[in-house]
Design a protein around this ligand. Sequence first.
Ligand SMILES: [Zn+2]
Ligand SMILES: [Zn+2]
Length: 331
Amino acid sequence: MRAAVITKYNADWELKTLPDPRPSPGQVVIKIAASGMCGTDLHVHHGIFGLPLPIVAGHEPVGEIVEVGAGVTSLKAGDRVGVSWAQKGCGRCRACQEQRIMYCQEQQSWMHLGGGNSELMLAWAEGCTLVPKGVSSEAAAPVFCAGFTVFSGLRHAEPRPGDRVAVLGIGGLGHLAVQFARALGLEVVAVTGSASKKSEALELGAQEAIVAGDHAGQALAKAGGADVILSTSNSAAHLSQIIEGLRPEGRLVSMGVVDGPLQIDPMSMMLRQTRVIGSTQGARRDLVEALDLVAADKVKPRLEIYPIEKVNEVRDRLIAGRVRYRAVLQH
Ligand SMILES: [Zn+2]
Ligand SMILES: [Zn+2]
């Protein structure tokens, strides 16, 4: 099988032919149709996770099962599935007993089995989720990380009807966050660093879009503030600022890989009874619900689609911040 292999950090990924994987008991082999490229793949590329090389990245994979390992009864060849980051836990720790495998210290992911930038991908059956009819593999792919992440973030914020949701950062995650919040009937204000994205944010469904300027929090407060802020920002400075845009009892949900500690005024938090919530992919039901909203055409991932041969070009385009809004590789 052909795969885009990371053999060296900060260097081009190599298109290589690797042996076809065979499933162990409990595993499946998926013929990948589409594989989204996520900002986290850039951290992998830059060696931030310190993963042993060589490795095949890609944690937004969708394709068709071509082989099932012994003991797999829930899936069969021909099923169209995507694979979550957290595929399987140890089964025995407290988190696994509670069926919250995302907290298992021995959780298995693409890092252990190889990712979706590959013709064939190995996955644990329990890490797979069926892709509903009516959604293309390309549109489903980004839901497995970007969509799942922001939908869980929204659920963690426990929005009430009538709440105003601000989305900080309109990129791969943010463009979906705007649409999911709208699909749940919430009022959405987009906060973006670039004036050029203002009209795009409105097209995505935000009722209002503001440019962050020197201080995103003050800009948001001036525009009426928000009950929920969904932040996809990686910047501790921006995150520290945006807290000022929270309305009383507001919730700031941080979903980015943030580059340092936040500066928070606890007195202001106490008096205004605000909350800061760390959030990543939560319960699997969030993923299923997010896929349903895409299948129902209520949320439309905006894609740039490329053949796998262009993987290095696509990665550099993502580094340069030029992707609108998610790049998906086809095999
Ligand atoms: Zn991701
Ligand atoms: Zn466990």
